[in-house]
Design a protein around this ligand. Structure first.
Ligand code: AHG
Ligand code: MN
Ligand code: MN
Length: 334
């Protein structure tokens, strides 16, 4: 039988406005940053959706039928976000996984009181095989004086984030974000071009079924990590065995575990002694979201959000997901 109970349609714009109303002191700048990011996400979605056509329409670096030079998708995503954000007067600077240094706000524009850090396209090695990719972003307040954002503004511990989120370009496009009032998910309705509230107040189960880890590093892990993985898989100890799910796009692995429960782990290994994932563009924003959803994120020895960054592209070991599963990592990895 068809259920005719009417459900209310809430756009991301309305939702952001309503959350902002709970903070009468808010200037609206943060809300506008979020709208602008949602717009950039729609533009990137469009490009991702036609990625499979590049062989027909022209590949990266070649002219397509319209005479345009095709860009690699990660370059396109990077430039789309910069162009959507640099002229708005709300940012003092940006930092991107794709750029070496701080991305300044051009001289002709006003600057603002926030800094934006982002991974424009996460999982980019997966594009050619039609596996989900994503965008991850983090917003921190400007803490220095002067017009432009400095390293001091960029290198703040994750607990100072005022907003964070990700977009997953999957079977549908979803945007999940937090401003510290819960983690909320929106699904893009392509027919009207709007993100609609589909996952209000996401809560991650306390323990989960899925373990997302690249097992091929086994020989390079510390013995403690190998033991931890045996525990997750039920080969030692008494926990119910987890199932392995590893996409190779952090956003996709994280998203599955956030909704269904589980753990993503990228431990240190002999070849990557600092881990692989980036503290500022990947670990911090997802840690803010997972904590808002009742989960946990750790380096193994420290809460991710408490790590004091020392450089823009700093890497970190990462254990993120269901609270009890991350706690087990912390008890063994230390
Ligand atoms: P990016 O495409 O932004 O460089 O990130 C890739 C990351 C992350 O998405 C994924 O979880 C991880 O690399 C996979 O690394 P391994 O291939 O070493 O497992
Ligand atoms: Mn990435
Ligand atoms: Mn990337």
């Amino acid at each position: 039988m068809v259920n005719h109970t009417p459900t209310s349609v809430v756009t991301i714009e309305r939702f952001i406005i309503e959350q902002e109303r709970q903070h009468p002191e808010a200037s609206g700048d943060l809300s506008n940053i979020l709208y602008d990011l949602a717009l950039a996400a729609k533009m990137i979605t469009n490009k991702v959706r036609s990625a499979g056509l590049v062989d027909i329409l022209g590949s990266a670096g070649h002219e397509n039928v319209q005479g345009e030079i095709q860009q690699k998708l990660d370059v396109f995503a990077n430039e789309t976000i910069i162009k959507a954000m640099d002229h708005t007067g709300r940012l003092c600077g940006m930092a991107s996984e794709e750029e070496d240094g701080i991305i300044p706000i051009p001289g002709q524009f006003r600057t603002g009181k926030y800094a934006l850090l982002f991974d424009p396209l996460d999982g980019s090695s997966n594009i050619d095989v039609n596996v989900p990719v994503g965008t991850i972003f983090s917003v921190v307040p400007k803490i220095t004086r002067g017009r432009d954002g400095t390293m001091e503004d960029m290198l703040q511990p994750g607990r100072r984030q005022v907003a964070a989120g990700y977009v997953i370009y999957g079977s549908s496009t979803m945007l999940v974000y937090t401003t510290g009032q819960g983690a909320h998910g929106f699904t893009l309705d392509p027919s009207i071009g709007e993100f609609l509230l589909s996952h209000p107040n996401i809560q991650i189960p306390a323990t989960g079924r899925y373990l997302s880890v690249n097992d091929s590093y086994q020989q390079l892990w510390h013995e403690n990590v190998r033991q931890l993985m045996r525990r997750y898989r039920g080969l030692e100890g008494d926990r119910k065995p987890m199932s392995i799910r590893y996409v190779g796009s952090l956003v996709a692995d994280f998203h599955r575990n956030l909704l269904g429960g589980g753990l993503f782990a990228y431990p240190r290994n002999q070849k990557s002694p600092e881990g692989k994932l980036r503290l500022l563009y990947e670990a911090n924003p997802l840690a803010f979201i997972v904590e808002q959803a009742g989960g946990r994120a750790s380096t193994g020895t420290q809460r991710i959000l408490d790590v004091q960054p020392t450089e823009l592209h700093q890497r970190t070991p990462l254990y993120i997901g269901s609270r009890e599963d991350v706690e087990l990592a912390e008890s063994l990895v230390a």
